[in-house]
Design a protein around this ligand. Structure first.
Ligand SMILES: [Zn+2]
Length: 280
């Protein structure tokens, strides 16, 4: 697979609602960040990609390059799973080794409140379209779905910027874009998840498929229906605009500070598939 024109990048960023409300990353006015190119669209084997921004972060470990894309507002007629395949085929072509994500989530766990930050460690995938892959030539073991090294960097940065940050949690993924009914939330709570959203799968296993680590930072923007109390749209909107820059700074911190050679073990959970042995 070759996709023309894709620049090299060590990091891929799946931008969710945490970084949607402003021009990420230029809008941060962070002196570590230099935007190299914007509105990069590529023809992938899965269709035309959404627009990427290519940027450089210069931190204590030297310059790193990253590609970011907004995972919301997909073009009508393009299913989310197909768009994720376009994004991850571009990440693969770029040589991405670390994928970071951000987003807003609803709460399932009644200990959580809006503006709490969760750096999840596990997930339940209730999305419908499952048999998807960019390469498809590896067995993807999900014993440790989230990279512990990227996780530690996101947790450390978030702990400096936010009041309540949770270092463990299970993220339940739905197709969306609608929110859930009270009966669905009740059912999902029983599955053992803490937060609910639409931006962790298929990305978490597409990352492993292309040989990259994955971790994400998620802010609670509303209570799940029937959890604690009815949520307010005004607060969801306020969080969207007020907190997004600090969420984005955590992502930039992780790009600047993460160890590309960290002995995180993620790639030990990616084995050559026994289903694709070479033909005699
Ligand atoms: Zn890792």
């Amino acid at each position: 697979m070759t996709i023309a024109g894709v620049p090299r990048a060590e990091f891929g960023v799946c931008g969710g609602s945490g970084t949607l409300s402003f021009a990420f990353p230029a809008g941060l006015e962070d002196e570590r960040v230099e935007v190299l190119a914007e509105d990069l669209v590529f023809e992938t084997p899965f269709g035309r990609s959404p627009a990427f921004t290519h940027f450089r972060v210069t931190g204590p470990r030297g310059p790193r390059e990253a590609l970011t894309v907004k995972m919301h507002g997909w073009r009508r007629g393009v299913k989310r799973a197909d768009a994720s395949l376009q994004v991850f085929s571009v990440f693969h072509e770029a040589g991405v080794r670390k994928v970071l994500a951000d987003g807003g989530v609803g709460s399932l766990n009644h200990l959580l409140d809006p503006r709490d930050v969760v750096i999840p460690t596990d997930f339940v995938d209730l999305t419908v379209k499952q048999d998807i892959y960019v390469r498809g030539d590896h067995l993807l073991i999900m014993r440790q779905p989230i990279c512990p090294d990227l996780h530690a960097h996101l947790f450390g940065s978030a702990s400096e910027r936010f009041g309540r940050v949770f270092r463990r949690g299970t993220y339940l993924v739905t197709d969306g874009p609608r929110f859930e009914s009270p009966a669905e939330v009740d059912y999902m709570k029983r599955m053992g998840a803490d937060v609910i959203g639409q931006s962790l799968a298929p990305e978490v296993f597409l990352a492993r498929d292309i040989g990259a680590c994955y971790a994400g930072i998620y802010m609670v923007v509303n209570y799940g229906e029937g959890v604690v109390k009815a949520w307010e749209h005004a607060e969801l909107k306020a969080i969207f605009f007020e907190e997004s820059a600090d969420v984005a700074r955590c992502v930039i911190d992780a790009i600047a500070d993460a160890d590309l050679e960290a002995p995180c073990g993620c790639m030990d959970l990616r084995k050559p598939s026994l289903l694709n042995l070479p033909q005699e």
